[in-house]
Design a protein around this ligand. Structure first.
Ligand code: COA
Length: 374
């Protein structure tokens, strides 16, 4: 390929509302006590399993998460509700997901020194879109006044990197001069706040990146994409059965299996070696070793996963400067975690420094980009 393709801007929208582990656990434990009292007879008869208490210490130790941001806090901690209250908007109003996408997108455009007329395509790539159609991406495209085309992509925790892969290919093929990739990860409506195994995992956020060719780039912090690499392998260990089929199934559309659920231990054991091997192979394509990497913008699901993967790659622990952690503050933000890390920790890199953006998660899916500061 002759012309170089690069990331020229990144944008981050962070919700104003925070839920700390302590707040989350207090609410869940009150809910569990109420549930257990209401179901005491059935629990005693062995027909219903009592809800065990959650613990803030467990959450921090097992995951590294201390708090998470949430788009709308109302309702999520209400023991009589246990899900956020987000008023439905009319078809004439900007949808919730498009709203947060637009904020992140505008920041990415400003960082890339680009105007809407410089962009030829918009990809909204995330774990869930709030409706089937019209695409949220087309709504965002309209709101920003961008010509060309737009579409949505769902690749769970790897949606952001997979979206950047598509952008890279579109610019390389000459089908777009510049592509806006947006990850409005509005995940809180899918969190089961009544399940102690998973109630702490996710937070809301939106990220965006601009991918363009060197021919048009004129921003301050620009990273050549040396290449992209993706792999998927089917697994049921992280799953959400939410979908349009529920209406025909006569099933509860909001049943526990319709929300995020996982076999966390299995995910941990299976994904860590896959991700480490994936990254190593990707670097080898450029005759690079892990020791040559200045910064790792890794997926942010669990601190122990990141520590293990970095240790496998480097043979030692990575420093916070080498592999920044944002999940203590943001929790798992589905596909956006590595992009948040990139957004907050990229402008100190020097010309020639190599970095790796890598996501891993449901599917299983792993996506990586090897980049170099221009
Ligand atoms: C989810 C995760 C943090 C759980 O940590 P873990 O160390 O694996 O913990 P386990 O699930 O083995 O649970 C250990 C014990 O703590 C209990 N526990 C689970 N959640 C708890 C909570 N909130 N508070 C207190 N105890 C809890 C479990 O029930 C279990 O009890 P048991 O030993 O009596 O059965 C961890 O497995 C993980 O992050 N895995 C990777 C998942 C991932 O990245 N998914 C990607 C999503 S996109």
């Amino acid at each position: 390929m002759s012309k170089k393709i690069l990331i020229s801007g990144v944008g981050l929208w962070t919700p104003e509302h925070v839920i700390t582990n302590e707040e989350l656990v207090d609410s869940y434990n009150a809910y569990a006590d109420k549930y257990n009292a209401e179901n005491a007879a059935e629990i005693d008869a062995g027909n219903v399993v009592a809800k065990p208490h959650s613990s803030a210490e467990f959450i921090q130790k097992a995951s590294g998460i201390k708090q998470r941001y949430i788009y709308r806090k109302d309702g999520a901690l209400d023991v009589d509700r246990m899900r956020p209250l987000i008023p439905e908007r009319t078809d004439e109003e900007l949808s919730h997901q498009a709203e947060i996408a637009v904020v992140a997108a505008k920041k990415a455009l400003a960082a890339a020194n680009k105007k809407p007329e410089d962009i030829d395509a918009v990809i909204v790539s995330c774990a869930y879109t709030q409706r089937a159609y019209p695409a949220v991406a087309i709504e965002v495209q309209h709101e920003l006044g961008i010509s060309g085309f737009a579409f949505d992509m769902l690749v769970a925790c790897s949606a952001a990197t997979f979206g950047m892969h598509r952008a890279y290919e579109m610019v390389a093929a000459g089908n777009a001069r510049a592509v806006l990739v947006i990850n409005p990860e509005l995940v809180s409506p899918q969190v089961n706040y009544t399940d102690r195994d998973s109630h702490f995992i996710f937070g809301d956020v939106a990220t965006a990146t601009v991918v363009e060719s060197e021919e048009t780039a004129n921003a301050e912090h620009v990273f050549d994409i040396l290449s992209t690499k993706a792999v998927t392998r089917f697994s049921n260990n992280i799953r959400s059965n939410f979908g349009y089929m529920s209406r025909a199934h006569d099933a509860d559309p909001y049943g526990a299996d319709k929300l995020f659920h996982q076999e966390g231990r299995k995910v941990f054991k299976e994904v860590c070696p896959m991700a480490a091997e994936h990254i190593e192979t990707h670097l080898q394509q450029h005759d690079l070793a892990p020791a040559d990497v200045r910064r790792w913008w890794l997926h942010q699901a669990n601190i122990n996963m990141n520590l293990l993967i970095a240790k496998r790659l480097l043979g030692r622990e990575a420093t916070a400067d080498e592999a920044p952690i944002v999940l203590d503050r943001y929790a798992n933000t589905a596909s956006a975690g590595s992009v948040i890390a990139f957004a907050l920790h990229h402008d100190d890199l020097q010309r020639g420094d190599v970095g790796v953006l890598c996501s891993f998660g449901a599917g299983y899916s792993i996506g990586s980009l090897v980049v170099q500061k221009r």
